[in-house]
Design a protein around this ligand. Structure first.
Ligand code: AP5
Length: 214
Protein backbone atom coordinates (compact mmCIF):
# COMPACT_ATOMS: atom_id res chain seq x y z
CA UNK A 1 0.00 0.00 0.00
CA UNK A 2 1.35 3.41 -0.97
CA UNK A 3 0.57 6.55 0.99
CA UNK A 4 -0.42 9.11 -1.68
CA UNK A 5 -1.17 12.68 -0.64
CA UNK A 6 -2.33 15.43 -2.97
CA UNK A 7 -2.01 19.05 -1.82
CA UNK A 8 -4.54 21.15 -3.69
CA UNK A 9 -5.02 24.87 -3.34
CA UNK A 10 -4.45 28.29 -4.86
CA UNK A 11 -1.00 29.84 -5.32
CA UNK A 12 0.56 30.71 -1.96
CA UNK A 13 -1.78 28.55 0.13
CA UNK A 14 1.26 26.75 1.55
CA UNK A 15 1.40 23.54 -0.53
CA UNK A 16 5.19 23.59 -0.83
CA UNK A 17 5.78 24.57 2.81
CA UNK A 18 3.42 22.00 4.32
CA UNK A 19 4.49 19.40 1.75
CA UNK A 20 8.11 19.72 2.76
CA UNK A 21 7.25 19.23 6.48
CA UNK A 22 5.02 16.24 5.66
CA UNK A 23 7.72 14.69 3.53
CA UNK A 24 10.13 14.77 6.50
CA UNK A 25 7.50 13.45 8.91
CA UNK A 26 6.22 10.61 6.70
CA UNK A 27 9.52 9.90 5.00
CA UNK A 28 8.07 9.89 1.51
CA UNK A 29 9.18 12.22 -1.31
CA UNK A 30 7.55 15.55 -2.11
CA UNK A 31 7.02 16.02 -5.82
CA UNK A 32 6.34 19.60 -6.87
CA UNK A 33 5.36 20.09 -10.51
CA UNK A 34 6.34 23.78 -10.24
CA UNK A 35 9.83 22.90 -8.93
CA UNK A 36 10.31 20.23 -11.61
CA UNK A 37 9.33 22.73 -14.29
CA UNK A 38 11.62 25.43 -12.88
CA UNK A 39 14.46 22.86 -12.82
CA UNK A 40 13.81 22.12 -16.51
CA UNK A 41 13.76 25.84 -17.34
CA UNK A 42 17.07 26.32 -15.50
CA UNK A 43 18.68 23.40 -17.36
CA UNK A 44 17.26 24.63 -20.71
CA UNK A 45 15.72 21.23 -21.51
CA UNK A 46 13.24 20.96 -24.40
CA UNK A 47 10.34 20.76 -21.89
CA UNK A 48 11.73 23.71 -19.96
CA UNK A 49 11.97 25.84 -23.07
CA UNK A 50 8.38 25.01 -24.01
CA UNK A 51 7.14 25.64 -20.45
CA UNK A 52 8.81 28.96 -19.70
CA UNK A 53 6.47 31.28 -21.59
CA UNK A 54 3.41 29.81 -19.85
CA UNK A 55 5.01 30.06 -16.42
CA UNK A 56 6.12 33.64 -16.94
CA UNK A 57 2.57 34.56 -17.97
CA UNK A 58 0.98 32.76 -14.99
CA UNK A 59 -0.75 30.27 -17.26
CA UNK A 60 -0.75 26.48 -17.02
CA UNK A 61 1.89 24.56 -18.92
CA UNK A 62 0.26 22.16 -21.44
CA UNK A 63 -0.87 18.87 -19.88
CA UNK A 64 1.33 16.59 -22.01
CA UNK A 65 4.56 18.26 -20.79
CA UNK A 66 3.60 18.10 -17.11
CA UNK A 67 2.13 14.60 -17.27
CA UNK A 68 5.28 13.15 -18.84
CA UNK A 69 7.40 14.77 -16.14
CA UNK A 70 5.25 13.52 -13.25
CA UNK A 71 4.84 10.01 -14.67
CA UNK A 72 8.61 9.66 -14.79
CA UNK A 73 8.94 10.72 -11.15
CA UNK A 74 6.15 8.74 -9.46
CA UNK A 75 7.10 5.50 -11.15
CA UNK A 76 10.61 5.67 -9.64
CA UNK A 77 11.95 3.46 -6.84
CA UNK A 78 11.88 6.36 -4.34
CA UNK A 79 8.08 6.51 -4.59
CA UNK A 80 7.38 2.86 -3.83
CA UNK A 81 6.17 3.64 -0.28
CA UNK A 82 4.20 6.65 -1.46
CA UNK A 83 4.58 10.31 -2.39
CA UNK A 84 3.20 13.79 -1.84
CA UNK A 85 2.11 15.88 -4.81
CA UNK A 86 2.33 19.68 -4.68
CA UNK A 87 0.76 21.49 -7.65
CA UNK A 88 -0.33 18.35 -9.50
CA UNK A 89 -2.95 17.57 -10.70
CA UNK A 90 -4.17 20.96 -11.85
CA UNK A 91 -6.62 19.99 -14.59
CA UNK A 92 -9.16 17.21 -15.04
CA UNK A 93 -6.92 15.62 -17.71
CA UNK A 94 -4.06 15.48 -15.18
CA UNK A 95 -6.36 14.03 -12.48
CA UNK A 96 -7.55 11.32 -14.86
CA UNK A 97 -3.95 10.44 -15.69
CA UNK A 98 -3.17 10.13 -11.99
CA UNK A 99 -6.17 7.83 -11.47
CA UNK A 100 -4.55 5.38 -13.86
CA UNK A 101 -1.51 4.96 -11.64
CA UNK A 102 -3.37 4.81 -8.31
CA UNK A 103 -4.62 1.37 -7.36
CA UNK A 104 -7.33 0.29 -4.88
CA UNK A 105 -4.57 -0.80 -2.54
CA UNK A 106 -3.17 2.75 -2.24
CA UNK A 107 -4.25 5.14 0.51
CA UNK A 108 -5.17 8.39 -1.27
CA UNK A 109 -5.90 11.61 0.64
CA UNK A 110 -6.46 15.03 -0.90
CA UNK A 111 -5.99 18.11 1.29
CA UNK A 112 -7.40 21.38 0.07
CA UNK A 113 -5.55 24.39 1.51
CA UNK A 114 -7.98 27.26 1.54
CA UNK A 115 -7.26 31.04 1.66
CA UNK A 116 -8.60 34.29 0.15
CA UNK A 117 -7.09 36.17 -2.81
CA UNK A 118 -5.92 39.34 -1.03
CA UNK A 119 -4.30 37.33 1.74
CA UNK A 120 -2.46 35.22 -0.87
CA UNK A 121 -1.24 38.20 -2.92
CA UNK A 122 0.17 39.73 0.23
CA UNK A 123 1.77 36.48 1.39
CA UNK A 124 3.38 35.74 -1.98
CA UNK A 125 4.91 39.22 -2.23
CA UNK A 126 6.92 38.32 0.86
CA UNK A 127 8.03 34.87 -0.32
CA UNK A 128 11.70 34.23 -0.97
CA UNK A 129 13.20 30.92 -2.08
CA UNK A 130 16.72 29.60 -1.99
CA UNK A 131 18.16 29.73 -5.49
CA UNK A 132 20.28 26.71 -4.64
CA UNK A 133 18.20 24.18 -2.64
CA UNK A 134 14.69 25.60 -3.11
CA UNK A 135 13.86 26.02 0.60
CA UNK A 136 10.90 28.38 0.99
CA UNK A 137 10.96 31.41 3.33
CA UNK A 138 8.64 34.28 4.16
CA UNK A 139 10.18 37.65 5.05
CA UNK A 140 7.82 38.11 8.01
CA UNK A 141 6.45 34.66 9.01
CA UNK A 142 9.37 32.35 8.28
CA UNK A 143 12.46 34.56 7.87
CA UNK A 144 15.98 33.18 7.39
CA UNK A 145 18.37 33.60 10.34
CA UNK A 146 20.60 35.84 8.22
CA UNK A 147 18.82 38.14 5.73
CA UNK A 148 19.10 36.93 2.14
CA UNK A 149 20.91 33.69 3.05
CA UNK A 150 19.46 30.16 3.19
CA UNK A 151 19.66 28.55 6.67
CA UNK A 152 20.10 25.10 5.14
CA UNK A 153 22.75 25.52 2.43
CA UNK A 154 23.93 29.15 2.61
CA UNK A 155 22.51 29.80 -0.88
CA UNK A 156 21.25 33.19 -2.00
CA UNK A 157 17.53 33.89 -1.49
CA UNK A 158 15.62 35.13 -4.54
CA UNK A 159 12.10 36.25 -5.41
CA UNK A 160 10.30 34.08 -7.94
CA UNK A 161 9.70 35.81 -11.27
CA UNK A 162 5.96 35.02 -11.13
CA UNK A 163 5.56 36.49 -7.60
CA UNK A 164 4.49 39.98 -8.67
CA UNK A 165 0.93 41.17 -8.09
CA UNK A 166 -0.19 41.15 -11.72
CA UNK A 167 0.98 37.59 -12.36
CA UNK A 168 -0.20 36.35 -8.95
CA UNK A 169 -3.73 37.60 -9.77
CA UNK A 170 -3.53 35.89 -13.16
CA UNK A 171 -2.46 32.62 -11.47
CA UNK A 172 -5.40 32.95 -9.05
CA UNK A 173 -7.81 33.39 -11.94
CA UNK A 174 -6.33 30.39 -13.81
CA UNK A 175 -6.64 28.40 -10.59
CA UNK A 176 -10.35 29.25 -10.31
CA UNK A 177 -11.08 28.34 -13.94
CA UNK A 178 -9.04 25.18 -14.40
CA UNK A 179 -8.05 23.73 -11.02
CA UNK A 180 -11.00 24.50 -8.71
CA UNK A 181 -13.21 21.95 -10.58
CA UNK A 182 -10.96 19.27 -9.09
CA UNK A 183 -12.41 19.98 -5.66
CA UNK A 184 -15.69 18.35 -6.70
CA UNK A 185 -13.84 15.59 -8.52
CA UNK A 186 -12.13 14.49 -5.29
CA UNK A 187 -15.18 15.20 -3.08
CA UNK A 188 -17.08 12.64 -5.15
CA UNK A 189 -14.32 10.11 -4.54
CA UNK A 190 -14.68 10.61 -0.76
CA UNK A 191 -11.00 11.48 -0.22
CA UNK A 192 -11.30 15.27 0.11
CA UNK A 193 -10.30 17.19 3.26
CA UNK A 194 -10.40 21.01 3.39
CA UNK A 195 -7.97 22.67 5.82
CA UNK A 196 -7.24 26.36 6.47
CA UNK A 197 -4.25 27.67 4.47
CA UNK A 198 -4.16 31.02 6.28
CA UNK A 199 -3.07 29.73 9.63
CA UNK A 200 0.23 28.59 11.17
CA UNK A 201 1.96 25.45 9.93
CA UNK A 202 1.55 23.62 13.22
CA UNK A 203 -2.22 23.93 13.01
CA UNK A 204 -2.25 22.89 9.34
CA UNK A 205 -0.24 19.78 10.17
CA UNK A 206 -2.58 19.12 13.11
CA UNK A 207 -5.54 19.13 10.72
CA UNK A 208 -3.77 16.72 8.35
CA UNK A 209 -2.91 14.44 11.26
CA UNK A 210 -6.61 13.84 11.87
CA UNK A 211 -6.62 11.89 8.59
CA UNK A 212 -3.04 10.67 8.04
CA UNK A 213 -1.56 9.05 11.12
CA UNK A 214 2.05 9.49 12.27
P1 AP5 B 1 3.82 26.36 -8.65
O1 AP5 B 1 5.24 26.47 -8.33
O2 AP5 B 1 3.10 25.10 -8.34
O3 AP5 B 1 3.09 27.61 -8.01
P2 AP5 B 1 1.65 27.77 -7.31
O4 AP5 B 1 0.66 26.70 -7.42
O5 AP5 B 1 1.22 29.07 -7.84
O6 AP5 B 1 1.93 27.66 -5.84
P3 AP5 B 1 3.03 28.37 -5.08
O7 AP5 B 1 4.32 27.64 -5.18
O8 AP5 B 1 3.05 29.82 -5.48
O9 AP5 B 1 2.44 28.36 -3.59
P4 AP5 B 1 2.40 27.25 -2.47
O10 AP5 B 1 0.97 26.90 -2.21
O11 AP5 B 1 3.34 26.12 -2.70
O12 AP5 B 1 2.89 28.14 -1.25
P5 AP5 B 1 4.27 28.12 -0.44
O13 AP5 B 1 4.36 26.92 0.43
O14 AP5 B 1 5.42 28.45 -1.31
O15 AP5 B 1 3.57 26.64 -10.21
C1 AP5 B 1 4.21 27.68 -10.88
C2 AP5 B 1 3.83 27.62 -12.35
O16 AP5 B 1 4.27 26.37 -12.93
C3 AP5 B 1 2.35 27.69 -12.65
O17 AP5 B 1 1.86 29.02 -12.73
C4 AP5 B 1 2.27 26.96 -14.01
O18 AP5 B 1 2.69 27.80 -15.06
C5 AP5 B 1 3.31 25.86 -13.86
N1 AP5 B 1 2.77 24.59 -13.34
C6 AP5 B 1 3.07 24.00 -12.15
N2 AP5 B 1 2.40 22.86 -12.00
C7 AP5 B 1 1.64 22.71 -13.13
C8 AP5 B 1 0.71 21.73 -13.54
N3 AP5 B 1 0.42 20.66 -12.78
N4 AP5 B 1 0.11 21.90 -14.74
C9 AP5 B 1 0.39 22.94 -15.54
N5 AP5 B 1 1.25 23.93 -15.19
C10 AP5 B 1 1.87 23.81 -13.98
O19 AP5 B 1 3.98 29.35 0.56
C11 AP5 B 1 3.84 30.67 0.08
C12 AP5 B 1 4.48 31.65 1.08
O20 AP5 B 1 3.76 31.61 2.31
C13 AP5 B 1 5.94 31.30 1.45
O21 AP5 B 1 6.62 32.52 1.64
C14 AP5 B 1 5.83 30.55 2.78
O22 AP5 B 1 6.98 30.72 3.58
C15 AP5 B 1 4.61 31.19 3.40
N6 AP5 B 1 3.81 30.26 4.18
C16 AP5 B 1 3.31 29.09 3.73
N7 AP5 B 1 2.57 28.48 4.68
C17 AP5 B 1 2.62 29.32 5.75
C18 AP5 B 1 2.02 29.27 7.03
N8 AP5 B 1 1.25 28.27 7.43
N9 AP5 B 1 2.26 30.29 7.89
C19 AP5 B 1 3.02 31.33 7.50
N10 AP5 B 1 3.60 31.45 6.29
C20 AP5 B 1 3.40 30.45 5.42
Amino acid sequence: MRNIIILLGPPGAGKGTVGSELSDILNIPLISSGDLLRENVKKCTVSGEKAQKYMDAGELVPDDIVIEMIEGRVSGEKCKEGFILDGFPRTLVQAEMLDKIISDKDALNVFYLKAGDDFLVNRLSNRRVCGNCGKIYHLVNIPPKKPGVCDVCGGHLVQRQDDNEEIIRKRLSVYRDLTAPLLDYYKKKGVFYPIPGDTDIKRMLGEIKKTVQW
